[in-house]
Ligand binder design. Structure first.
Ligand SMILES: [Cu+2]
Length: 324
């Protein structure tokens, strides 16, 4: 279900942002510092009139984790490089091997069609950084090297074959930045976005790849609002879910938003509305906490710290019925 979501979002983006210049490009191209960033490389045409048969994407310095998207009809292979010294890759983990390039090969993308090659990457915590991904496009006849990087004072628009660019956003999300450094464990007493207080957030410890987050959203303002989006660096994607009765079972279903009426409150609780973490990078361990960024339609965005409680804590109604 989450994959369908991503596909439809990508299609939507495509409709509004097909570039006039038909270069290989990353979309989306703007990322949060230190985030697990999902993007796709769009290949808009072949080499001359020849079909594309392979794409090789170079992974820039500072990217410490890469997961390519599987693609029907294409083989995915990964090239790695060994580091002299192991480095921290977040969540207390270290590695001495990094992905240096990802290859998709064996497919056939006609010149008249475009396609996208998806990646999830853990980006460096460097606000304002520009990450250039050189792309080698191989065709049935010939190849194109999208590997040009603008020099100082030069624009990528002036280059005939620019590398794909990912921009790391400027600072402005201090909680997420602090978490990425691993030193900030302060939890603000009652984080608020505008008139909405986020009370008693918690997640439950789980060894699984998915986890629910619960809280109470208290709206002290005179106008109705809606939670429209949640993101977290600990998961590949985050969805807003509710539970619906399906025969005797409770099943989860993604929702577009979670309403918070004026002068009222909405509980996100087991068996009801919740925030769903999908593709957890690490098991959620009791006693840990992680940042979660909530965006409300009117009240704006706030980043909270979510403590991880014991598995099954505070009522366990419904989550046993989760189907993913
Ligand atoms: Cu769920």
């Amino acid at each position: 279900m989450s994959r369908l979501f991503l596909l439809s979002a990508a299609a939507l983006t495509f409709a509004v942002s097909l570039p006039a210049t038909a270069h290989v490009s990353a979309d989306p191209a703007l990322a949060e510092p230190g985030s697990y960033f999902r993007t796709a490389l769009r290949v808009p045409h072949g080499c001359g009139s020849s079909a594309t048969t392979a794409i090789r994407v170079g992974i820039p310095e500072g990217v410490v984790s890469v997961r390519p998207q599987a693609k029907p009809g294409w083989q995915v292979t990964i090239e790695t490089r060994k580091l002299a010294q192991p480095i921290e890759i977040g969540h207390g983990q270290k590695t001495d091997t990094l992905v240096s390039a990802v290859n998709w090969s064996g497919g056939k993308l006609p010149n008249e069609q475009f396609d996208e090659f998806g990646l999830v990457m853990k980006l460096p915590n460097q606000p304002g950084a520009q990450l250039w991904l050189p792309v080698l496009q191989t065709c049935e006849s010939g190849e194109i090297r999208w590997d040009q990087i603008p020099a100082a004072g030069q624009s990528a628009h002036d280059l005939p074959r620019p590398a794909a660019l990912i921009r790391v956003a400027d600072a402005g999300k201090p909680m997420v930045l602090a978490q990425a450094h691993g030193h900030n464990h302060a939890m603000p007493a009652a984080p608020k976005a505008g008139d909405i207080a986020i009370e008693q957030p918690f997640a439950r410890a789980t060894p699984a790849k998915v986890g629910g987050v619960f809280m109470t959203l208290k709206n002290t303002g005179g106008s109705a609002d809606r939670l429209v989006k949640a993101t977290s660096p600990v998961a590949e994607s985050v969805e807003l879910h509710t539970h619906v009765k399906d025969g005797d079972a409770m099943r989860m279903r993604p929702v577009e938003d979670i309403p918070v009426p004026a002068n009222s409150q909405t509980a996100l609780e087991p068996g009801g509305y919740h925030v769903m973490l999908i593709g957890l990078k690490q098991p959620l361990k009791e006693g840990a906490q992680f940042p979660l960024t909530l965006t409300f339609e009117k009240a704006g965005t706030v980043t909270i710290q979510v403590p991880v409680m014991k598995a099954g804590s505070m009522g366990d109604a419904g989550h046993g019925g989760h189907k993913h």
